[in-house]
Design a protein around this ligand. Structure first.
Ligand SMILES: [Zn+2]
Length: 141
């Protein structure tokens, strides 16, 4: 048990350092890439969600109105299936904003696929606040 905890903690520490290194230049605009989305999805899945998340069914980089990212659920009532699409903006103020947005949308994916929750900014959503803090991320609505 103790060993397991240590491994987990060291991964959190390494991830935090990586994020610090990656976001050091907050004045530089960030251009979204599928590669960063893919890499950080893996990192956040491990450090925030115990690898419980399945990937988004699709990822789009596009302009979004009134949000900096979106987790969109598509439901086919005819087939009885649903799938989730991550939408991210082409540009962000800086890389930190990009990372906060991606992690935020992953919480929505977790709510809707693992917890079968509404995916609102509710208590379940904000239960990730401290986990975010440990990685130097910020969870806001
Ligand atoms: Zn949200």
């Amino acid at each position: 048990m103790i060993k397991k905890t240590r491994i987990k903690d060291s991964y959190i520490v390494r991830t935090k350092k990586r994020i610090l290194r990656d976001t050091v230049d907050s004045e530089v605009k960030y251009t979204t890439t599928f590669r960063d989305i893919r890499n950080y999805f893996k990192i956040f899945n491990k450090s925030l969600f115990k690898n419980a998340l399945n990937s988004f069914n699709n990822v789009k980089i596009k302009r979004i109105v009134r949000a900096s990212g979106q987790c969109v659920e598509y439901i086919s009532y005819r087939k009885g299936t649903n799938f989730f699409v991550l939408e991210m903006m082409p540009k962000y103020k800086n890389k930190m904003e990009f990372l906060n947005t991606l992690a935020h949308e992953m919480v929505h994916l977790w709510q809707q696929t693992i917890k079968k929750d509404t995916g609102n900014h509710n208590k379940l959503f904000f239960s990730f606040r401290n986990k975010f803090k440990r990685l130097n991320l910020k969870l806001s609505s």
